[in-house]
Design a protein around this ligand. Sequence first.
Ligand code: ACO
Length: 428
Amino acid sequence: MADTLTITDNRTGKQYEVPVTDNTIRAMDLRQIKVNPSDFGLMTYDPAFLNTASCQSAITFIDGGKGILRYRGYPIEQLAEHGTFVETAYLLLDGELPNDAQLATWKHDLSDHVMLHENIKKFMEGFRYDAHPMGIFLSTVGALSTFYPMAKDVDDQPSRRRQSLRLISKVPSIAAYAYRHHVGKPYVYPDSELSYAGNFLNQLFKRTEPVYRPDPVLERALDVLFILHADHEQNCSTSAMRGIGSSNADPYASMAGAAAALYGPLHGGANEAVLRMLNDIGSLDKVPAFVKSVKAGEGRLMGFGHRVYKSYDPRATVIKRTANEVFEVTGRNPLLDIALELERIALQDEYFVSRKLYPNVDFYSGLIYEAMGFDPAMFPVLFAIGRTAGWVAQWEELMTDKTRKIARPRQVYIGEDSRDYVPLSDRS
Ligand code: ACO
């Protein structure tokens, strides 16, 4: 028997057969359900897309109930343990892990695009001394659009490949420049002898030493964090990337929008918010009162809960392990005890248990970043570096999707019916 759903319209008594494919029905199939011929047809109402698949994708798989995350079929735990961010970016974009020759070419191409135009540097100098680095980051990504007008040819595959390379390659420089501007230090040019994460640390923290040598543990930890953040299917920022990209806007404009979405404290800004929350709590004895205030609706436990994960976020497990490795080098972050106590209490508390609220990727990442010497304002920028690989992979997938159309949701209109204009003198 064909896989179909039978819908009976009790208003008319009519029955409709709707095909079920990949465990979904097509919302457009509901259009046939009409009360009269002039009827527009049945729509679905799904604010915030709680139950709507907006695309088909072969990039990232998540099973939120089981805590599974895979990029192109590879479990995140294996990529984080054995892989590098650079090969993960290749995997996301191309669908397979690179062989030796492919990896060498990929690295070469990335280092070819690593420099920023000097005018970008000048552009970034225009920001106020206290500008938030994420504001600088997203504006600068948008500004890149004006430097690469060929990027507008979004139907040209080699051009798209070049823009994706540029974005993955240049975002650490933009992020580092934003940070150095924030702290009033001179900009550091990239060092192509170093790894992707190692060079980023160089661009951030190099002082007067002739050659910067990153600590290998911190370099690896940062690389792992980039891997963990690299993609997460149709989250808020990726949906923004696809939504803007669907208008054929160039990838710089689209990614500026994606980064803006990531900036929000309910998304990539959460790791910054977690750190601020832990600092506000201040000591272990204040944890129970804080949890009580969250349950009373006076705020959220930042770094907890997820739209998709209804069990432990697998990235949080890897991050917790990485945190311990980092703390061996940097010393233990005193806020860790508060975080552990929050987690301990929350995981036993009926409020969090019944709502299936578990630590997400951001609960521990901020602690690592702070221990590594980052200002909390930089946390969402660090997230954005890793996520760039996912954004461009999702954009590339969108561009090659034969069913691509401009994203344009419908609405349920609940405003006034037609009425006549009232002259100003007659208004109360
Ligand atoms: N603290 C306290 N209560 C929470 C939290 C939280 N962190 N998250 C959800 N809840 C409660 C809500 O109040 C709601 O309770 P109710 O049913 O009594 O009204 C219930 O759990 C469901 O919450 P929703 O907001 O409907 O869940 P949604 O899927 O829309 O939100 C989100 C997911 C935004 C991540 C939410 O859990 C949240 O705000 N968490 C804190 C911010 C955060 O850590 N964001 C990072 C997410 S990971 C990422 O983007 C990389």
